[in-house]
Design a protein around this ligand. Structure first.
Ligand SMILES: Cc1cc2nc3c(=O)[nH]c(=O)nc-3n(C[C@H](O)[C@H](O)[C@H](O)COP(=O)(O)OP(=O)(O)OC[C@H]3O[C@@H](n4cnc5c(N)ncnc54)[C@H](O)[C@@H]3O)c2cc1C
Length: 396
């Protein structure tokens, strides 16, 4: 077989893949290849602001060629399978690439099968999501034109990237309705699958108080099982049994799943739900030591987020050469973050480890309290950090 061979092959050129490829080059790795089919790169956190009417898709897209680091060999193709015994990846175009180390970061995908009727509902003007770029602008169109009736916001906890940010469109819309004098005419329901709105007890309390102030009816332990798009009705599974709920506007942060080829390639385990079965601390595969994973596709035992990658990228960049040299591997503590707007001008942060213990980036001021400065940084500053530091491997 004459497959080209690279020292490190990175699968997926999203937040994780580009940041890691850049970090590896900075660390002196001589030969990094990237497999990424998309010619457009999205700064996905900004999708929430598109759905909240405070940004456009043009604000968050860049040509992929501008973010692939110089020196990386880019294959503009899609991985269809991995053969970890032979250390080879297979591409949709028929090509094979051999690797020394393989890093998997193809992210996760909306699990359409998990909620029958969701695809049909999103095809109407009455239901939408911020989780798909093609639907994010329609979310604000739907929310901003609602003048009365019932708005339902449903947030799954099944592998949703940074799931609490599903609250951003909710609170931005509620603030809009309040300013327009419409809040009393609109019934707002928030359905959350998990037991909390966010990963820390303190931020959870803050957000419930915010929801209460807008008159939002919060129901935890409640999942959308099926959507009847024609009748505009949700079929729910709650802790008290089955229920139904009609809607005039529906926002969904939908369940996600791993790409199917991960499990088909033998890289998942019975307990990893199809996601890449890595050690959550070292990010090294549990069976194949030359395979690594980070980002939304990895079993890291914490809520996936872009902020989590600030900690995961240096761990993998260190551990790849360290494992070869028999050195001690670095460990990722499960740090993750959820920035949640509480209005159209304020935001709070929930930062925590995989046990839910608070892990603030700075001890002071208290970032778990809503602030104008945090909103401005999240909306305008963070994206500059993303393009100019994170995607250039400038994380340590
Ligand atoms: C609406 C929304 C809002 C968010 N808000 C925040 C936030 O405010 N703060 C925060 O920290 N995080 C946020 N996140 C989460 C954050 O964006 C993700 O955790 C992060 O993007 C994960 O990076 P990733 O590289 O693992 O996956 P992705 O960024 O999804 O990238 C995966 C890449 O892999 C490519 N790919 C897929 N399949 C293949 C294949 N077969 N072969 C090769 N390449 C493939 C894709 O084209 C894509 O480019 C948000 C996410 C969304 C969707």
């Amino acid at each position: 077989m004459n497959a080209p061979r690279h020292r490190v092959v990175v699968v997926g050129g999203g937040n994780a893949g580009i940041s890691l490829a850049a970090k590896l080059l900075r660390g002196g790795c001589p030969d990094v290849a990237l497999v990424e089919p998309s010619h457009v790169h999205h700064y996905r956190p900004m999708l929430s602001y598109v759905a909240g009417g405070a940004a456009t898709l043009d604000d968050l897209r860049r040509p992929q060629v501008e973010v692939v680091p110089d020196g990386v060999h880019w294959y503009p193709d899609r991985v269809t399978a991995v053969d970890p015994q032979a250390s080879v990846v297979h591409l949709a175009g028929g090509e094979q690439i051999a690797y020394g180390d393989l890093v998997l970061c193809p992210g996760s995908q909306v699990d359409w099968d998990a909620v029958p009727g969701m695809r049909e509902a999103f095809a109407t003007p009455h239901a939408s999501t911020s989780y798909l770029p093609e639907h994010a602008p329609a979310t604000w169109q739907m929310l901003s034109t609602l003048t009365s009736g019932r708005a339902v916001f449903a947030i799954s906890d099944r592998h949703v990237p940074c799931s609490p940010v599903g609250l951003k469109p909710l609170f931005m819309a509620a603030d809009h309705w309040r300013q327009a004098g419409l809040l009393d005419a609109i019934t707002i329901d928030l359905l959350v699958e998990g037991s909390r709105l966010v990963g820390t007890a303190r931020a959870d309390r803050e957000l419930r108080a915010v929801a209460d102030d807008y008159g939002v009816r919060v129901r935890t332990g409640t999942a959308v099982e099926r959507i009847d798009a024609d009748a505009r009705t949700l079929h729910l599974r709650t802790s008290d049994g089955a229920d139904t709920l009609p809607y005039d506007a529906l926002y969904v942060a939908p369940p996600h799943r791993a790409p199917e080829w991960v499990a088909a390639s033998g890289l998942a385990t019975d307990d990893s739900d199809g996601f890449v079965a890595v050690d959550p601390q070292t990010l090294q595969h549990r069976t194949y030591p030359r395979v690594w994973a980070l980002g939304d596709v990895a079993t890291v035992d914490t809520s996936p987020s872009g902020g989590a990658l600030r900690k995961q990228v240096p761990v993998v960049a260190h551990n790849i050469p360290a494992a070869l040299l028999g050195m001690t591997l670095r460990e990722y503590d499960g740090y993750t973050i959820a920035p949640v707007t509480t209005s159209r001008s304020e935001l709070l942060l929930a930062e925590h480890d995989r046990h839910g213990h608070e892990e603030p980036t700075v001890p002071f001021p208290d970032l778990a309290r809503a602030r104008r400065s945090l909103y401005l940084f999240d909306r305008h500053g963070e994206i500059q950090v993303y393009w100019h530091r994170l995607l250039r491997g400038k994380v340590s």
